[in-house]
Ligand binder design. Structure first.
Ligand code: M6R
Length: 615
């Protein structure tokens, strides 16, 4: 959700802050703001809208000087996006400013108490309440800013990543975290960078400390870096080296991050398999789960948790694990699972899937399953994020940073890792024949080249996008392994082009959605050759009989569907269980082109944010 950036050191803070906000804008983009401290004065600029609006505001007023400052890009929770609700928020006495990501759940009670003590609030935010609480504690207890923050954090319920700047302590920034991520970069020149993820930090330093739950960092240009917790115990910082590369955060000549990420898939799928898939020696090896493989083999059940696209990847995982490893699987929306009092046993293996590794609902669902004794395995993309740290073991997807809000390469990377995992378990369990196992290794190895071949269809897909760009509704239908792809195709279209789209198992159409079909309704069929092919051909005929527009993804050389469909997109053949890795690509491209043609902001669709760190 919101993006947080802070700097303290010897360089001018504003360019670092605004550059950081541009990198973080994918986390939230309904308002932006900065505060810079110089000679005992804090200058704050903030406004509704994007970081570019903030830059225009600042350049009109004159760039603030100062070597310490904080900045924020917001995804609104409390109160609408407007200038007043934008961060940073200031204490009543104007001495303190703060930026915040998360939700203070007891802010209503705190606000009433503080109002009774004479505090006045300008905004609707929980953040303003927290900075007033810190001010109140500091004034009444006459304590340091660190101590005031620490005491205040013991009074709040909820999630936070905060950075506090104090006019009277210009050599320090105080940062704290619970439930929302925060990382401190340790610069080479005695300077410090604080951010909600490493993207604004990587161009300055590779040395970072990810804060753990309820830790408070005191970064001081004179006294250095000190880590405490909210119980006032000193903690030892664990300094790690970032693997992130700066080029990975640039558009690299593409018009949008989403398009770049779609085109990266031959490479990212390969990276997900690198060192893990060995067709030459007939082996799959996932080092991250090696010590837990027996738990899989003896699991009575696998529960897969995720949200959005990660949940769709989880559905593909269900087909894979049941088909190859013969283990019953349940796929759960993390947000429902966590509140449902689910039956979980010590013999369950839970796979939590998340690109960001920060999704609040997935994290909470993991904690619940862990508390019941289940084994928790993570499949995440962002190295060092909260979910990999909360799980017993897991495998990173190694897809590289995904900046576009619409998830693309993360999906194919997740499905690749799930495939490797299912194959690994199936082999250990003896539930797959030697010949199928070896054939699948060879087929999987060929997938990156086949993805490349699907990408070559871009111009044809763009043509189809132009044809359908003005529709108001769309249906996506698939069966078996391609049912989750239908859901994913519909999600991609709706989230970036705002066209209402639904995904269904094709056979379910007769139970309701068929009523929607008329000559205006485009129906996207995912219909490659495979077990359900004949059935889906019948479903296509049913749509054709009702004059629906048919766009079908078919296997190269296919004739039957071609003769019925208005448009077909041919993809290379592969084993049925690997098909989602190919069939999803045209749907990603199609959504991308439709959104661009409709003038939508592809990388920053309205109301969305890249990582959903609030429930
Ligand atoms: O970071 P996660 O994979 O946990 O995120 C889950 C969803 O928020 C995410 O997939 C979302 O649905 C995307 N916008 C889909 O494109």
């Amino acid at each position: 959700m919101c993006g947080i950036v802070g700097y303290i050191g010897h360089k001018e803070a504003y360019p670092i802050l605004v550059g950081g906000l541009r990198r973080l804008e994918y986390r939230g983009y309904d308002s932006a703001g900065v505060s810079v401290l110089h000679n005992g004065n804090i200058q704050t600029f903030k406004c509704k809208g994007k970081v570019s609006g903030l830059e225009a505001l600042v350049s009109g007023a004159g760039v603030p000087e100062g070597t310490v400052g904080i900045g924020h890009t917001r995804w609104a929770t409390h109160g609408p996006p407007n200038d007043v609700n934008a961060h940073p928020h200031t204490s009543g006495d104007g001495q303190l400013v703060m930026i915040h990501n998360g939700i203070i759940e007891n802010y209503g009670t705190l606000r009433e108490e503080l109002t009774a003590r004479g505090h006045q609030f300008n905004s609707d935010t929980d953040t303003e309440v927290l900075i007033h609480l810190i001010e109140d504690i500091r004034r009444n207890a006459d304590v340091s800013i660190f101590e005031a923050v620490r005491i205040a954090l013991n009074e709040v319920v909820g999630a936070y990543a905060i950075v506090v700047m104090d006019r009277n302590t210009p050599n320090q920034l105080i940062a704290a975290k619970k439930g929302s991520p925060l990382v401190v970069g340790i610069g080479r020149e005695g300077d410090y960078y604080i951010a909600s993820d490493a993207t604004p930090i990587v161009e300055y330093t590779k040395n970072v400390v990810y804060l753990e739950e309820e830790e408070i960092a005191i970064v001081d240009v004179e006294e250095g870096f000190k880590l405490m917790d909210i119980k006032n115990r000193e903690r030892t910082p664990y300094v790690q080296e970032l693997e992130l590369k700066l080029e990975a955060l640039e558009k690299g000549g593409f018009e949008h991050f989403m398009l770049k990420e779609i085109y990266e898939q031959p490479r990212s799928v390969l990276d997900s398999m690198r060192g893990r898939l060995r067709p030459d020696v007939g082996r799959v090896e996932l080092g991250g789960i090696r010590d837990y493989i027996k738990r899989f083999v003896h699991a009575k059940r696998i529960i897969i948790l995720g949200c959005g696209t990660s949940w769709h990847a989880g559905l593909v995982g269900e087909y894979l694990f049941e088909d190859l490893a013969r283990i019953p699987v349940e796929v759960e929306y993390a947000s429902e699972f966590r509140y449902r009092n689910p039956v979980i046993t010590e013999e369950d293996v839970v796979i939590a899937i998340s690109q960001s590794g920060e999704t609040a609902d997935t994290l909470a669902a993991i904690e619940l399953a862990k508390s019941k004794g289940a084994t928790i395995i993570g499949i995440c993309n962002v190295i060092g994020s909260s979910i990999p740290r909360a799980t017993h073991a897991g495998s990173y997807t190694h897809a590289g940073p995904e900046i576009g809000v619409a998830s693309t390469k993360a999906f194919t990377a997740q499905v690749t890792v799930l495939t490797l995992m299912a194959l690994h378990v199936a082999r250990e369990k003896g539930s797959i024949t030697e010949s199928r196992f070896h054939r699948l290794l060879i087929d999987l190895d060929a997938i990156p080249d086949k993805v490349e071949r699907v990408l070559e269809k871009n111009e044809q897909i763009k043509f189809i996008a132009d044809y359908y760009k003005n529709v108001s509704n769309a249906l996506y239908l698939g069966r078996g392994y391609n049912f989750p792809v239908a859901l994913e195709g519909a999600l991609k279209l709706k989230e970036i082009s705002y066209i209402h789209a639904e995904g269904y198992p094709a056979a379910e159409m007769k139970h309701g959605p068929i009523a929607l079909i008329d000559e205006e309704m485009p129906v996207f069929f995912i219909a490659p050759r495979g077990g359900a092919y004949e059935k889906i051909v019948s479903n296509i005929q049913e749509v054709k009989a009702r004059k629906g527009k048919i766009i079908a993804i078919v296997t190269e050389g296919e004739k039957q569907v071609k003769s019925m469909a208005d448009h077909t997109i041919e993809i290379p053949d592969t084993d049925e269980c690997l098909m989602p890795l190919l069939t999803v690509i045209p749907l990603q491209l199609l959504s991308y082109h439709v959104a661009v043609m409709r003038g939508c902001n592809v990388d920053q669709p309205r109301n969305l944010a890249k990582s959903v760190t609030v429930e």
